[in-house]
Design a protein around this ligand. Structure first.
Ligand code: SAM
Length: 277
């Protein structure tokens, strides 16, 4: 019988956040695939768990993934962990999940610590609709292109960022979204120095120019304000039909085009056009 792959989230700071189920899964797995075996060994020592560890990280995942799949197909159960938080979310694991699914292996994701959700919930920004954008590129041009693709995004946007790139990222964001755009900078979540700075992009640039950023950050940026839809009346419609008919267009076509342009029902436009005659 084939084994299984478990995705096991680990604390993003506070070791108390490991759940009972995660602990049991780590204890019961045949082996653990870890992003950095040294980091995971510290956690396992803290939990008093002794288990066979193999490394699975960005630069060996192509070759290690296949070996893991074969072991699971042979009947072993693997627990995948990353350095912190939920595996496969801006972390190695996405590809292993795909490989296991393709091989018909059952994948079980255990819910638990995840920086993006922890930050969103504490941010004070709108949480009803959001998009996760992961890490921006370090290259200025692709960072800018990524941000420009979000210029009309109305959902709350969430980014991961390293402290040494924070200022450059905030500056690019202010250029694209404007310095008045609200942002919540969620730092060192669940740790001793947890802090949430709710400000604007301009305010954040000012703050972190004076005080160099330290620790891990999640940036929660408010979405764009919706552009109010222009409300068109039947009087506008009648005028537009007349304009189009003056160019030689038939009434039928002018009504059709006007209805499309002004987002009004065709019947209403037709009646408005008749009333003008
Ligand atoms: N898979 C993990 C998750 O979803 O929780 C995220 C891994 S990603 C490689 C690491 C990034 O997550 C950091 O650069 C930072 O943006 C964010 N992060 C992780 N732990 C954090 C913490 N305690 N406080 C704030 N941000 C954190």
């Amino acid at each position: 019988m084939a084994g299984m792959l478990y995705l096991v989230p680990t604390p993003i700071g506070n070791l108390g956040d490991i759940s009972l189920r995660c602990r049991q899964t780590l204890e019961q797995a045949d082996f653990i695939a870890a992003e950095d075996t040294r980091v995971t060994l510290k956690l396992l020592n803290h939990l008093n768990i002794k288990k066979s560890l193999i490394s699975y990280f960005e630069h060996n995942k192509a070759q290690k993934g296949e070996a893991i799949v074969q072991r699971i197909l042979a009947g072993e159960t693997c627990a995948l962990v990353s350095d912190a938080g939920s595996p496969a979310i801006s972390d190695p694991g996405e590809e292993l999940v795909r490989q296991c699914a393709e091989a018909g292996i059952t994948v079980c994701a255990i819910p638990g610590p995840c920086a993006v959700i922890t930050a969103l919930s504490i941010s004070g920004q709108a949480t009803g609709r959001f998009c996760f954008e992961g890490f921006l590129s370090t290259a200025k041009k692709s960072r800018r292109e990524h941000l420009e693709s979000l210029i009309d995004e109305q959902r709350t946007m969430i980014f991961y960022e390293a402290p040494h790139k924070l200022l450059a990222t905030l500056e690019s964001m202010a250029q694209v979204f404007g310095p008045e755009r609200p942002i919540s900078l969620c730092r060192e979540l669940t740790k001793l120095h947890e802090e949430v700075v709710r400000t604007t992009l301009g305010g954040a640039i000012e703050l972190y120019t004076q005080q160099p950023p330290k620790g891990e950050f999640v940036l929660v940026v408010a979405g764009a304000q919706p552009i109010p839809k222009e409300v068109h009346t039947t009087v506008d419609a009648a005028q537009r039909v007349k304009e189009l008919m003056d160019t030689g267009m038939s009434r039928k076509d002018a009504v059709k085009q006007t209805a499309q342009e002004l987002d009004l029902p065709k019947n209403a436009v037709y009646e408005a056009a008749l009333s003008l005659e």
